[in-house]
Design a protein around this ligand. Structure first.
Ligand code: GDP
Ligand code: ZN
Length: 326
């Protein structure tokens, strides 16, 4: 992963961000790095108001950085290289006093993986829609990973039919859906293939079977991420303890406990329609054009599409719910 360049500086990847330092992986070694005085000064000019952003925010987990190795496993970050993507709140409507990089949670991400169980607990489809909207707002592809598929026969016929129909609708919209069970050891090859050679941000509530799933992929992996979550549960700020964990088959994952705190949901109402891919063909075609909120206005092309079955009513209700949230 590292390459030697001028001035014995090397390139590494930020795998963990702590309160006052970063862990940077460069080849086989992991160095504990601080920002160079020049970078720290540049960063310091923008005082962070939010308490959870106590650390300098110039570099995020996933960032490629140029570092100068120092003795005793230490290093200094000289430069943050340009990002190819980032996950966080897109600064489409920037606040004048905010530094754009404040909004980046993980840099150089390839996809978001939303994990839900088929039952125990029952899937919260509205929450999945939130996650997918967050992915769309960051221009990231998203994968829906369903767990505990072995519980499917235990669902009532109605719930089972509805669940399968909802999943089929996500696929129709264009989201990949992977169905797994650690009890049946099913879907693991598919999940593995979806994660391979990519950087994936994982999101899912505790109890959905994420640790079991990760352990199924790579022994010990679930434990690794669970430790991160537990640590965060003790009142530590999640943003400072995200960790990127390498997959032995190539690629890496970043678990995201406490997603809600990241403020990903603050998407401007006028942008929300764009975050529902199946609505995009209709945007701008309403009687009130781009001013339509697709709620009760006459001549709404989106609502017409809901009526004729092109947009699932449940997704439409999710849209309205997200739009009307305070
Ligand atoms: P996490 O909190 O998301 O990391 O979830 P865990 O991996 O700790 O799993 C939560 C519970 O779900 C545990 O009781 C697991 O035994 C159970 N579980 C996990 N995966 C499966 C599965 O594929 N099928 C079934 N039936 N139970 C599962
Ligand atoms: Zn409309």
């Amino acid at each position: 992963m590292s390459q030697h360049i001028k001035n014995d500086a090397i390139i590494g990847v930020v795998i963990k961000k702590m309160t006052a330092a970063y862990q940077v992986r460069a080849g086989e070694q992991v160095l504990t790095c601080t920002l160079s005085p020049a970078l720290a000064a540049a960063n310091g000019r923008k005082p962070m108001r939010s308490a959870c952003h106590a650390a300098p925010l110039l570099a995020a987990v996933g960032d490629q950085v140029r570092i100068k190795p120092l003795p005793a496993g230490q290093g200094m970050i000289l430069e943050v290289l340009p990002r190819r993507s980032s996950f966080g709140r897109r600064g489409a409507l920037p606040m004048p006093d905010k530094h754009p990089s404040e909004q980046v949670i993980v840099a150089n991400v390839d996809q978001l993986v939303a994990v839900f169980s088929i039952d125990q607990p029952a899937p919260r489809w509205n929450l999945l829609d939130r996650y997918l909207v967050a992915a769309e707002a960051s221009d990231l592809p998203a994968l829906v990973c369903m767990t505990k598929l072995d519980l499917l026969p235990e669902l009532s016929p109605e719930t089972r039919a509805e669940t399968l129909q909802i999943l089929a609708d996500y696929e129709r919209i264009g989201y990949a859906v992977v169905q797994t069970s650690v009890v049946h050891s099913s879907g693991m090859d598919e999940l593995c293939a979806a994660l391979r050679e990519r950087v994936s941000v994982l999101i899912g509530k505790s109890g959905v079977g994420k640790s079991s799933l990760l352990n199924g992929l790579q022994p010990g992996l679930g434990l690794r991420t669970a430790e991160v979550s537990a640590y965060n549960g003790k009142g530590r700020h999640t943003t400072t303890h995200l960790e990127m964990v390498s997959l032995h088959f190539g690629g890496a994952i970043v678990d995201t406990p406490g997603m809600r705190e990241f403020g990903l949901w603050d998407i401007h109402p006028d942008e929300l329609g764009q975050c529902f891919p199946e609505m995009r063909p209709y945007l701008g075609r309403c009687k009130f054009g781009l001013d339509c909120s697709h709620d009760e206005e006459p001549g709404c092309a989106v609502r017409r599409a809901v009526m004729d079955g092109s947009i699932h009513p449940r997704r439409y209700r999710s849209y309205l719910r997200l739009r009307n949230e305070p």
